[in-house]
Design a protein around this ligand. Sequence first.
Ligand code: HEC
Length: 292
Amino acid sequence: MKQRTPVVVNILIILVILFVVYYMFVQNTSFLASPFFWGTVVISCILALIHGAIGDLIENNKFQKLTAEEKAEYLVNKKRPYLRTLWESAFKKQSAKEEKDILIDHGFDGIMELDNQLPKWWLGLFWFGVAYCIVYLFAYAFTDFGDPLKEYDEEYKAQIASIAEYEKTAPQITIETAEYSADNIAEGEIVFKTNCVSCHMDGGKGGIGPNLTDNAWINQPEKTLFKNVFHVVWNGSPNNPAMVAFGKNGQLTGKDIQNVAAYIYHINQEQKPITVAEGGAAPQGTPANWEK
Ligand code: HEC
């Protein structure tokens, strides 16, 4: 009679499978606090215990029918630790005598084919793989487990959050530390389109706010164009409350203003001014003579 798998081992296997299934469908370990999970665990354990008890009954019954010799052998076998038997049977080799029984009826050049038993460790892995595949297929088809788009979305959000966290603690950019960089133009354009375009119009050609592409400037508190824009956007205009102090009010960060100043520098210095004939606003203020 074969040695049976102890109930504890069965229960352990059940726990592992339940964990894998729940993890794949819930996708985090929050189920560990759920009564449904623990309910399933308890019910499964009870079933495993009942299964074990029925097995015991059948085993007793069979035992009665054994010969004295078989009984003795059974008792010796039963005393061997289960894990050791499992380990040994996983790597068991067929004996030469058994080989004769599994000889398949064809061969070539004296080389014969044997119908060998597959090693237990291999079979174990195989069945685990099959079970895992089934669970995985269901999880993949009916939940968003393993969905690259969802994972991308989550990671993207986590990164944005960590950038925001970093910027909270990173030193603010001020008019002293702000620097022009061509790399900031694209981001500056976005800031402009969100916050400034309503008054300064497309491309900064001017409307309620002055034309930002020409060389006429009402406000010239700084010597260079870049710092001048930073100054006006940070502090607002002393003459006209329509141009609010975006920086001082906290509407824009120093970084945003550094970006938008780069964009305005770009449209003012690296592109042709948008003239009245092209739909731009007429120059306001006095011609500027910016330092480099
Ligand atoms: C509500 C309308 C309005 C919005 C929005 C606005 N501005 Fe202005 N802006 C003005 C007005 C009006 C002036 C002219 C101020 C003055 O007469 O001194 C001005 C002046 C300026 C000047 C100085 C121009 C000069 O000739 O002195 C700059 C630079 C400027 N704005 C940039 C921006 C930027 C960048 C934004 C977006 C972050 C922005 N503005 C948003 C209305 C606005």
